[in-house]
Design a protein around this ligand. Structure first.
Ligand code: BGC
Length: 933
């Protein structure tokens, strides 16, 4: 352990250093809390000179550019409806609008907006809604307030805003949204079954002016019109409990249709439905307003296609000799029903039972294509390709050879020493695709449609001749959430961990958050979902994805309020382990914190309350004892009842906060009271007055410290135990499972011990993230141990990636202020730990870009921050042991000789306090440099 890496002028920072020296004398470390509290007290009484300056509007106006140069300087941009850009299929009666604001001046905010919704593309008049000038500083979650929206229409909208000086921006560009099928009666089609392929021809009397296709194709579908695949969705629709809900996709197909003969073709795969069924609607409008409608019914024809087998776990077998060229075009000469590939009328089938809902989230898509790094030939006729990265998706094959050649592709995360692929950890998932060649002399390019694998290596056998490196390409497939975060640091291992987190996270977004993407699971395990949700919301735009997932969770709720371990429910139990079920309240709450989504709280409040009441019904004297997994995959396991009661308390507290938010005051009080009772019971049951801790594991003490279950009495001793366990017993290694891991770094930071968190993260021996990296991980492992046999050891499990949120909050310092949401108020407080000389993070938040990049050198700290329009931030720059401080912003001295020197736009106050310069700023971009002696 090396605790002397920091320069001497850093050494008086509160850190674990002094505790360490105590260990050398053999004593237990004293409670850090007393120390931390002392330092807070000292800092508040110490008469550090504080100077606060409020920049007033007139002052701002003096430094502001002239009105003429302001043209275009204020602008709403990134317009969205229900979190999505120009969405199709909006199926809420009162959709919500979002935009971000740009302003050339600092310290600016929106004071009012005006919004127009129109049925005409020019959006000159708001025939649907003219909001008028509405005083509001909010540019998110703006609820539609116009005339009732009709099904299957396109609406256009634009917005303009007024800034702090009531100056209007120009109107934004015109954005649009399309409504879906709002009433069940809008669906005129019937569910039809299929042997694999379905087709229907029809005639359009005129050129189409507007055409929309609505499709729910189970398990998976691929829609074709006139010989072309429609859209870029794959493995669609998203997975739900089909008995409750089936998602439909909406496509604008205007340009794929034409006057005269047209043909629809649909390929169906089995997916999670394990059968095939189609519901389809096509609405085509011509210039004179005449509408042609085509629905799924028994007039469609079906035939077996080239896909002989398709299974999510086992793979796809495709015989290209069975393709029927032209099947998805008009004038197709369909082979007669009696022949093997013959077509016959599709039969009506019983539907899955669920309501049809629009898929209002990004679809699964092919996101990237990776060329293999190497190809080896470990055995005769066996070729192994290495992508260099563990991914979710499949391989695209390029081949030329004789008809009927059967090429087998098998997928794995691991290799044996002899170079052959090791599929043992896939358990019963065969992960094997077959392509049988057409053999017409041309190069055949194939990839599967209705399966996916989790893999880094592809084994090819049966290839005609010797494959080339580019005979195989890796296709990265997952839900197309946009990246939203960037993090980097001067210590390489942190960037390497971030790489594992990003790849682990995105490759486990397959319309639901999955536990893994390779073996025979790929389930929406709720524990995995809840621990990763905050990290995911920082690294990706998850708003629409989790909105859908919450609804899917709600669909699984039983009348008694219970929910399930997996959603949709396949594996695991009902009721869920409380550490798994907590995904429901916690993800709803994170949605509010990150995206300001109050509607979810309103819509699900009763159901969430029912869930907490279910837990209450299971509790005995304030303790929730049942637990199946607890601190799952921990090295040192803490009692499941402690973990369950922690979440019982957490869920109850969150429910009280939700009740407060939506003005259910009596409920808020009742759940505050319940939380108080649980807290008392928790401490009575788990805090041992003799040993003076909650148990001999890191998680047992971290959980109550994280959430404030520990009172003044327990806090100090519990912290001592945790500290000693981490530092002395385990040489700064975690022994936690997925639950403890999520919270422990935050506990370290809140107690002033970010240095220790950094020590933990930079370890490379077992157990650590570095250990995974050293042993070749390119995504996060499921367990800390390196195992490669048939036991449970997925090499792509995102759940230990929860610490990714700490990278942004602690190292990049970006935090939502405790009394705020959606990054409206920020606390920028980077932890400049140990030998870290630089870290930067940026988040594309719902309110705009937030970033912080800092570097520290000998006697200086530089910090660049970007704060979105309408937000304000407290920026903390640690002064370490520097004296004679001078702070510049953009080169101008703003603070020196303990006082404010120059007032600059956007900077509201500067205060030296508690070892930091605390700068209060409004929106804008700032470059601070602190120097001293
Ligand atoms: C999954 C986990 C899940 C767990 C429940 C495993 O098989 O892969 O990630 O949370 O079961 O304990």
């Amino acid at each position: 352990m090396n605790y002397s890496a920091s320069p001497s002028w850093l050494s008086s920072r509160p850190s674990s250093r002094s505790n360490l020296s105590l260990r050398q004398t053999g004593s237990k470390a004293p409670g850090f809390f007393s120390k931390a509290l002392r330092s807070v007290a000292i800092s508040t009484i110490s008469a550090v000179i504080t100077l606060i300056l409020f920049l007033t509007a007139p002052l701002l106006a003096q430094t502001a550019p002239s009105a003429a140069s302001l043209k275009g300087a204020i602008a709403p941009y990134d317009l969205r409806v229900e979190y999505l850009v120009n969405p199709l299929g909006v199926d809420t009666a009162e959709p919500r609008f979002f935009w971000k604001n740009r302003h050339s001046e600092r310290g600016q905010s929106q004071t009012a907006f005006e919004l127009i919704v129109s049925s005409s593309p020019s959006a000159d008049t708001g025939d649907m809604w003219e909001s008028g000038k509405i005083s509001s500083d909010s540019s998110i979650q703006i609820v539609y307030g116009g005339k009732p929206l009709a099904s299957n229409r396109t609406y256009y909208w634009k917005v303009r805003i007024y800034d702090s000086e009531d100056k209007a921006s120009p109107w934004s560009e015109v954005a649009r949204f399309d409504t879906g099928l709002l009433a069940p009666s809008d669906w005129k089609g019937q569910w039809i079954g299929s042997d694999g392929l379905l087709r229907r021809e029809f005639i359009l009397p005129e050129e189409p002016r507007r055409a929309r296709a609505y499709i729910a194709g189970l398990g998976y579908y691929e829609l074709h019109l006139n010989g072309r695949k429609v859209g870029n969705h794959v493995l669609d629709p998203g997975w739900t409990n089909y008995k409750k809900r089936v998602l439909y996709a909406t496509y604008d197909v205007t340009r794929l249709l034409r006057k005269g003969k047209n043909a629809i073709g649909v390929m169906l795969g089995q997916g999670w439905y394990k059968s095939r069924a189609l519901m389809f609607e096509l609405y085509v409008e011509d210039a004179s307003g005449n509408v042609t409608e085509i629905h799924s019914d028994s007039s469609w024809q079906t035939a077996a296609g080239p896909i002989l087998e398709d299974s999510i776990y086992h793979g796809e077998t495709y015989d290209a000799r069975l393709e029927q060229p032209g099947w998805d075009r008009p004038d197709f000469a369909a082979p007669a029903a009696a022949t093997p590939a013959g077509w016959h009328p599709a039969s009506l089938v019983e539907g899955p039972g669920g309501v049809l809902s629009s898929q209002m989230m990004p679809a699964i898509q092919v996101i990237d294509t990776i060329l293999p790094l190497t190809m080896t030939n470990p055995a005769p006729g066996v070729y192994v390709f290495d992508l260099g990265q563990n991914i979710s998706g499949w391989a695209q094959l390029r081949v030329n050879g004789p008809a009927g050649t059967d090429i087998r592709l098998r997928f794995s995360e691991l290799l044996y020493d002899n170079g052959l692929i090791n599929q043992e950890n896939l358990r019963s998932a065969r992960a094997e695709d077959h392509y049988i060649l057409r053999g017409d002399g041309a190069t055949e390019v194939w990839e599967p449609r209705f399966t996916y694998h989790g893999f880094r290596y592809i084994e090819v056998t049966g290839f005609p001749g010797t494959p080339k490196l580019d005979s195989i390409r890796g296709r990265v497939v997952h839900t197309a959430v946009s990246p939203a975060g960037n993090f980097s640091a001067s210590t390489q291992i942190l960037n390497d961990i971030q790489h594992l987190i990003l790849w682990g996270q995105k490759t486990n977004l397959h319309s639901i958050p999955t536990d893994c993407c390779q073996r025979d699971e790929r389930m929406g395990w709720m524990g995995d979902a809840q621990v990763t949700a905050e990290e995911a919301m920082m690294n990706f735009d998850m708003a629409a994805f989790y909105t859908n997932f919450l609804r899917t969770i709600c669909d699984e709720q039983a009348a008694d309020g219970s929910i399930t371990d997996t959603v949709p429910h396949v594996w695991g139990q009902r009721p869920a382990d409380p550490a798994w079920g907590t995904a429901y309240p916690l993800i709803a709450w994170y949605m509010y914190q990150n995206y300001g989504d109050r509607r979810l709280i309103e819509d699900y409040y009763d159901s969430l309350k029912k869930y907490v009441e279910f837990l209450r019904g299971k509790a005995e004297n304030g303790l929730l004892k049942y637990s199946y997994y607890g601190d799952w995959v921990a090295i040192e396991k803490c009692p499941g009842s402690l973990v369950s009661t922690f979440y019982y308390y957490y869920d109850t507290k969150v429910l009280a906060d939700m009740a407060r938010l939506i003005n259910k005051t009596a409920d808020a009080q009742a759940y505050d009271k319940l939380a108080g009772d649980i807290k008392a019971a928790f401490n009575r049951e788990f805090f041992d007055p003799k040993t003076r801790h909650y148990g001999p594991t890191q998680t047992a003490n971290a959980l109550p410290l994280f959430i404030g279950l520990a009172t003044d009495k327990e806090r100090g001793p519990a912290w001592s135990e945790l500290f000693n366990d981490l530092v002395y017993e385990h040489d700064s290694h975690l022994t936690t499972g997925i639950i403890g891991t999520k919270y422990i770094l935050d506990v370290l930071t809140s107690t002033g011990n970010s240095d220790l968190a950094y020590d933990i993260l930079t370890k490379t021996d077992f157990p650590s993230y570095g250990y995974m990296i050293k042993n070749g991980a390119t995504t996060l492992w499921e367990i800390w141990q390196q195992r490669e046999g048939p036991s449970m050891n997925s090499h792509n499990h995102p759940m230990f990636g929860s610490i990714g949120a700490w990278f942004y909050r602690a190292l990049a310092g970006i935090n939502i202020a405790p009394d705020s949401e959606a990054y409206k108020k920020l606390v920028i407080k980077p932890q400049m730990v140990r030998d870290l000389t630089h870290a930067s993070g940026s988040l594309s938040t719902i309110n705009g870009e937030v970033s912080c990049a800092w570097s520290k050198g000998d006697r200086h700290v530089k910090l660049e921050a970007v704060i979105p329009v309408g937000s304000e931030a407290l920026i903390y720059i640690p002064v370490f042991k520097l004296r004679n401080l001078q702070l510049t912003e953009g080169g101008t001295v703003v603070f020196a000789d303990s006082q404010l020197k120059t007032s600059l736009p956007g900077i509201k106050s500067i205060e030296a306090k508690g070892g930091n310069l605390i700068i209060r700023v409004g929106s804008g971009r700032y470059t601070f440099k602190l120097t001293g002696e």
